[in-house]
Design a protein around this ligand. Structure first.
Ligand SMILES: [Zn+2]
Length: 135
């Protein structure tokens, strides 16, 4: 179930639609061609999550940062079962952004791609990052 909240679509448990507690949406934000997240002011560790209280590595303070949309595929897979609004086949994978964190993205082409393939995040679909292979 998706509900527009503060200008963006987010996933929430059905209970929140009926007055229950909202669930934090930990998915990265893609805006103005950049992936937005946090970076530690002490150890420089990047994170695509936006609601961390402190750095998970050193407990240092975090500040907002944005990252290049390009990176290398860390792992990917093809999915052959329906999941939510997604109809099979579709593919998703983890991308190590060049100057940022590892993020999960759906792939434009519904096939897994080799490790270290160059990819770039191109947008958002159903609140999830979408990426395509760079030619
Ligand atoms: Zn840190």
């Amino acid at each position: 179930m998706t509900i527009p909240v503060e200008g963006r679509v987010t996933k929430r448990r059905p209970g929140s639609a009926k007055g229950g507690l909202a669930v934090a949406d930990s998915r990265p934000v893609f805006r103005n061609g950049r992936v937005h997240g946090l970076r530690c002011t002490v150890c420089r560790n990047p994170s695509a999550q936006r609601d961390l209280p402190w750095c998970p590595l050193c407990r240092g303070r975090l500040r907002a940062d944005s990252f290049s949309p390009s990176g290398s595929m860390w792992a990917s897979t093809r999915v052959d079962i329906p999941v939510g609004v997604r109809k099979p086949p579709f593919a998703l994978g983890y991308i190590d952004l060049d100057d940022g964190p590892r993020v999960l993205a759906h792939l434009v082409v519904p096939e897994s791609v080799p490790i270290d393939t160059r990819v770039t995040v191109t947008g958002v679909e159903h609140g999830d990052l979408v990426a395509q292979v760079l030619s």
